[in-house]
Design a protein around this ligand. Structure first.
Ligand code: MN
Length: 460
């Protein structure tokens, strides 16, 4: 089976050029024409991007007080329709005291034969001992799960001693440690105090998780990684200018084996949303939305190539029911918001079309670098012979309005309701097969393959 995508403007993270893409058996065979293809797709006047890679999702996540509304099917249908053909999902915590193998098995049970795009998992560490560290190394070797998440806040946070043990072992094994960076003491102090003082409306949520809580934890993570022999680390969902300054500090002193991710919500939304005690629940997430000046700083960092990736932290709950658990007390609200389908087109519309980033930078942040960080490049995130034929055909001119009705996930809202969008995802291919067409899902349940990942580019 051969498919020819003809006449499009091909965009990689380095350049743009008009050309043809010949697909054979699900892989990109050549970047040139071929008269006898079985199927010809005309991409004249369109951009052709690598399928987007989202390395921060939470499908079917159980957070104890609630379970997210998208499972690995509905969440990956949404991903596909939004141009994302690969996800790497962050696992939920498992039962207290269990081996990390427990969640690896649980997540295969949730995703295998269900996911509609290709998928991998980040492991999770919630306590540390010699057995857990051996399991981490074994899971990386056996499962291709070459990154593990740790939390610096929440009940299963790791303290500095545990972090040193994890980072030292990760350095030895070439495993990437992804970290949720917030100072637990600061956050807990403010949350307890605000509840005591009756300050339980949504607008107290960002005040309870100040920018310095993120900055301090980013700083500490980077110093710990340095002390552990330059262990490879990855800061997830960076949300603040203060945190960004810590990234700059580490880079300025020559630390190299780290990366940082931000998310569309920290670029496009701000804490003014929390002023409305009801609507604010929609964007109740950790870290919280920040200020306009934080947004400006993050866009400037993207323009200057100072960040590595833009992922979503897709973690959807229903507004009508689940989010209402926080109606009287924000500390009781399940934390997270949808976003997997909106990411690519919002980065195009708000980023590229508005001149904040270039089209190759969009491909770098949404496709190529996430694949590199996850150890999937150039199988994913690249338009080059031998790569999987995961492609997005984007119409740069179409204008439309983002509404919940047009999206495919199970959430009953989007944080971007009513936002005008320039550009539309016309067609999405996963390994050569069309999985989305003009906003309709055309793939199939279980059409995604499990990805055994190689070593992260940050761990080389
Ligand atoms: Mn997350």
């Amino acid at each position: 089976m051969t498919t020819l995508i003809r006449g499009g403007m091909i965009v990689t993270d380095e350049r743009m050029f008009e050309g043809d893409i010949l697909i054979r058996d699900g892989k990109i065979a050549e970047l040139s024409g071929c008269a006898g293809a079985d199927e010809v797709i005309d991409a004249t006047g369109r951009y052709v991007l690598p399928g987007a890679v989202d390395i921060h999702t939470h499908m079917d996540l159980d957070v104890g007080i609630a379970r997210v509304i998208d499972d690995f099917y509905t969440g990956t249908v949404a991903a596909a329709c939004g141009g994302t053909t690969t996800i790497v999902d962050h696992m939920a915590f498992g039962p207290k005291g269990f081996s990390p193998w427990h969640q690896v098995r649980e997540y295969h049970r949730l995703a295998d034969g269900v996911a509609a795009v290709d998928y991998g998992f980040h492991g999770v560490l919630q306590h540390v001992d010699d057995t857990v560290l051996d399991d981490m190394a074994q899971i990386a070797a056996d499962e291709g799960i070459t990154s593990f998440k740790i939390y610096m806040t929440y009940d299963y946070r790791l303290d500095d001693l545990d972090l040193m043990k994890v980072l030292s072992r990760a350095e030895k094994e070439g495993i990437l440690i992804a970290a949720h960076c917030e100072n637990h003491g600061m956050v807990t102090y403010f949350r307890e105090r605000f509840v005591r003082e009756g300050k339980t409306q949504a607008r107290w949520h960002p005040v309870s998780r100040p920018a310095v809580a993120e900055a301090e934890a980013v700083n500490r993570l980077l110093y710990l990684a340095h002390a552990a022999g330059d262990a490879p680390v990855y800061v997830v969902h960076l949300s603040t200018h203060a945190g960004l300054e810590e990234i700059r500090r580490a880079r300025a002193v020559g630390q190299k084996r780290f990366g940082a991710e931000t998310c569309p919500q920290y670029l496009l939304l701000d804490e003014a949303l929390y002023d409305d005690p009801q609507q604010g629940l929609k964007a109740l997430m950790a870290p919280p939305l920040r200020t306009q000046s934080d947004r400006d700083a993050l866009w400037a960092a993207l323009a200057a190539d100072e960040l590595d990736t833009v992922a979503t932290d897709h973690c959807p709950f229903t507004f009508a029911k689940q989010k209402q658990q926080g109606a009287k007390d924000f500390t009781k609200c399940p934390s997270g918001a949808p976003g997997v389908e909106e990411r690519l087109i919002l980065l195009y519309s708000e980023g590229v079309a508005k001149g904040r980033i270039t089209l190759p930078q969009l491909v770098k942040y949404a496709c190529a670098n996430p694949a590199r960080v996850a150890g999937l490049y150039p199988q994913k995130g690249a338009i080059t012979p031998g790569a999987d034929a995961d492609l997005v055909i984007l119409d740069p001119d179409r204008e439309w309005t983002l509404t919940t009705e047009r999206l495919h996930g199970n959430a009953d809202y989007t944080c971007y309701e009513g936002m005008p969008v320039k550009g539309a995802i016309e067609r999405v291919l996963l390994r050569g097969g069309t999985v989305a067409m003009n906003g309709d899902f055309t793939g199939k349940r279980g059409g995604g393959q499990y990805l055994r990942r190689g070593r992260s580019a940050l761990a080389l």
